[in-house]
Design a protein around this ligand. Sequence first.
Ligand SMILES: Nc1nc2c(ncn2[C@@H]2O[C@H](COP(=O)(O)OP(=O)(O)O)[C@@H](O)[C@H]2O)c(=O)[nH]1
Ligand SMILES: [Mg+2]
Length: 366
Amino acid sequence: MMVKKYVAPSMPEAMKLVREDLGSDAVILHSKTVYTKGFLGLFRKKNIEVIAGLDRESRPAPGTLMQTPAKAAPPPALNREIAELKRAVESLREFQGRRPFLPSPFLKFYERLREQHVHSSVLEKYSRAMTEIYYKRDKNISARDAMEHSIAFLERELKSVPFGKGRGEKRHIVLLGPTGVGKTTTLAKLAARHMLQEKKKIAFITTDTYRIAAVDQLKTYASILDAPLEVCYTKEDVEKAKVRFRHYDSIFIDTAGRNYRNEQYVKELEFLLSFREDMETYLVFPMTAKEKDLHEIYHKFSSVPVDKFIFTKLDETDTYGEMFNLAYTYKKGIAYLTNGQDVPDDLMEATRSFICKKLLGVEDHA
Ligand SMILES: Nc1nc2c(ncn2[C@@H]2O[C@H](COP(=O)(O)OP(=O)(O)O)[C@@H](O)[C@H]2O)c(=O)[nH]1
Ligand SMILES: [Mg+2]
């Protein structure tokens, strides 16, 4: 078989090139969208690349072109031509619009995931996986099937990371993250939940001694919950707090989380690391930040081993892809989500299913 490559701005034009060059017996072996660099690499041009082949025997020898209709191709060849024509029409349909080819039941979900800022690498994987399912099922895919396959796909992508609190939550629970992301509020919500729902004996420690207001804020929550609070300015204070709270079930540690170069923060890290063996570390991300900022937060706090993520302020956005992208990129689960300022109500334990359904815009009936 002779195989050749053709590049043209559109599928019809590519097909025309193939037909002119190889004749109508040519078969399309493969086609894809390619981009060629434009001026200064700025304006990328979209093209269709087609790989076409022709069985040498089927190429008409010179002089046979004017054969009479009586000697027309036998039925098998005709059938093949019809099949090819069908395939060409299908490819044409596929390349209409900017989207990669995806069977129609999945298009809605693909678009939704794209709007939700899910990584393009995941989108590509999604298209491939769903197309495969579509053909394996002989194109018998209802809207509901498409939804279920989409949820299952996303859940599979996050399979390796644990969600929610998990069984092994350690005694010292520390929230890390930049100022203003909702650490103190979330810590109070968590403490209230542990106390009210799990009947745990709780205590607070704060190493955020930089601002008076920060200490006062936690003092208020501690007194509402009638739980003790230790304010730690020095290493001795930390040791004292450890001894004082040795019989408590869960100790909630609030931090300032200022710039990582900051001397105060270095001291804070040192305090925290003394709890290391018995510490559950949650890194707190606000859903209101851009994804680039979220990655920056992750790297800034990389000096402390992070167990899971918490995402706050879900109520202030309707784009959730960043949450998926971070868990997916760093292979870390999400423990909790918060969706408002109310202590203790606006907190939920995260589940893989909730996050995947939220991304797809599907109601969670679980
Ligand atoms: N809308 C909304 N606001 C929140 C949420 N969590 C915290 N906040 C608000 O964010 C602000 C900063 O919270 P704070 O806990 O002091 O942040 P910290 O500096 O990280 O300790 C406060 O006004 C909180 O009420 C949330 O889930 N949704
Ligand atoms: Mg705070």
